[in-house]
Design a protein around this ligand. Structure first.
Ligand code: MV4
Length: 460
């Protein structure tokens, strides 16, 4: 039988991986396992990248500065054309949540491995994202799903209705950028003026919204995967509360101490939201969790750094599933098939000074990585690898899986003990100390815990 245009439209046999580092390795592996050819790209600083040698083609697309290479849309599209790629995987960061890029990829006749440009745009505007979630029955932080007006009296009324403290956020912000806490009424207008000005400069939009400020929440997220045929499932939850300056350091799945019957309706509401907006591929719903309740804050429309912990507990290869969804395949699992087995942790190993947290560049002179049952390392580095100062300092992810949370912690301690990286500074000693911490072992943390722990540790 001959195929219709629709059936063949999403097909491709070669994927250009528009990213670098560990995620370039991870995506290349998934492509190869699916029988797809790969095109690796690099900046001048990344010419020695190991994934260049294992790709079917490898092209240098520009200078070391990300703006001139990994963020250069025309250079990436040209590389895709030259190498005969039929699809582009953006990874995370860089162009992964750029609606204009997703649109340009599709207009060039290629497949963007991710949601549609319109889904990215809806979630990129945090007010339209909140409106879509409220419409789908996803629980949100108290506050309007509309932009703040200019009229001072109306703004005051909204704040009083929500109740202080409130938080002012830029619609174009996200990930911790463009927000300001307002403890009480006397600083409301000043906070709005400052945040508006920052938003205008940083995001080109003066649009703001207001929410109840939650003082001690945990950051819990729900992973979803959807196809183009009206199927969507959620793959469980993760706790990402252990962060410093909005950079996650340790993630785990499942989030500890969350009873299945309280998360279940939240997961189903996320699935419902995906179906309502026609979402395709993988996505993450971010929630704040406080006093037993979930409050949606943002949706990430990309593959996330911490996807491995969910792969370990669900047994689903999230990157393969994402690529297959982009090919137009029907999702090969239903909600009833999804289980959560055991417990998984991920440690982000960064090339940074343990005291100042400043990036540490240089040559890795010695490398020993842990191995064994329930241990996974996602990395692009090897002995002799030169860590360049141009990009994010993430050099490896240490991931463990064990039957219980306590056993997974013990396994992570062992894995960290078996990790040796010399020639550059890393945060390994700090991660080792964290896995000896009592309250963390008890799951007694919130989004402020790590920064407080660091403060105490510095004082000691
Ligand atoms: C909040 C909040 C408290 N209340 N919203 C920061 C990142 C961005 N995704 C949203 N963020 C927050 N939004 C309300 N209504 C506290 C934070 C927040 C935070 C959230 C998740 C993980 C770490 C955080 C660190 C500081 C503040």
């Amino acid at each position: 039988m001959s195929e219709t245009l629709e059936q063949s439209a999403g097909r491709f046999d070669t994927v250009l991986i528009a990213n670098r580092g560990e995620i370039a390795v991870r995506i290349q592996r998934a492509c190869r396992e699916l029988g797809l050819k790969t095109v690796a790209i690099c900046s001048e600083a990344d010419r020695q990248a190991p994934y260049g040698k294992t790709a079917d083609s490898f092209l240098c697309i520009g200078p070391s500065t990300a703006a001139k290479s990994y963020l250069n849309q025309d250079a990436i599209l040209l590389a895709a054309r030259l190498a005969g790629a039929g699809a582009i995987h953006p990874g995370y960061g860089f162009l992964s949540e750029n609606a204009a890029f997703a649109d340009a990829v599709e207009k060039a006749g290629l497949v963007f491995i991710g949601p549609t440009a319109s889904s990215i745009a809806i979630m990129g505007d945090k007010i339209s994202a909140k409106r879509a979630m409220m419409a789908a029955g996803v629980p949100c932080v108290p506050g309007p799903d509309t932009a703040l007006p200019d009229d001072p009296a109306t703004i005051e009324r909204i704040a009083l209705e929500i109740g202080y403290p409130v938080i002012i956020k830029a619609a174009g912000g996200g990930g911790g950028r463009g927000m300001r806490v307002v403890p009480k009424a006397d600083v409301l207008h000043e906070a709005i003026a400052l945040t508006r000005e920052e938003a205008r400069k940083a995001f080109g939009s003066r649009s703001l919204y207001m929410e109840k400020f939650l003082e001690h929440p945990r950051h819990i997220e729900i992973q979803v995967i959807c196809d183009d045929h009206g199927n969507a499932v959620w793959l469980g939850h993760r706790d990402c509360s252990m962060q410093r300056r909005h950079q996650k350091v340790v993630e785990e799945a499942p989030a500890p101490g969350i009873a299945p019957d309280i998360i279940q309706p939240v997961g189903l509401a996320c699935v419902q939201a995906c179906l309502q907006i026609g979402y395709r591929g993988v996505g993450t719903f971010e929630f704040l969790y406080e006093d037993g309740a979930f409050y949606f804050i943002e949706m990430n429309t990309r593959l996330q750094v911490e996807h491995p912990v969910t792969e370990m507990t669900s047994g689903v290869d999230i990157v393969q599933a994402q690529i297959r969804a982009a090919q137009g395949h029907v999702l090969d699992l239903i909600q009833g098939d999804v289980t959560c087995e055991g417990h998984s942790f991920e440690c982000r190993i960064n090339a940074e000074d343990p005291g100042t947290f400043l990036p540490s560049a240089g040559v890795v002179t010695h490398l020993a990585l842990p191995e064994g049952p329930g241990i996974r390392v996602d990395t692009h580095i090897h002995a002799g690898y030169k860590v360049s100062p141009y990009y994010d300092s993430l050099i490896a992810k240490l991931i463990v899986h064990a039957p219980t949370r306590a056993e997974a912690m013990a396994r992570m301690r062992e894995a960290l003990a078996g990790t040796e990286i010399e020639g550059i500074s890393t945060n390994i000693s700090f991660l080792r100390a964290l896995f000896e911490d009592g309250p963390f072992a008890q799951g007694e943390t919130d989004i402020h815990y790590l920064e407080q722990w660091l403060k105490l540790r510095r004082a000691a």
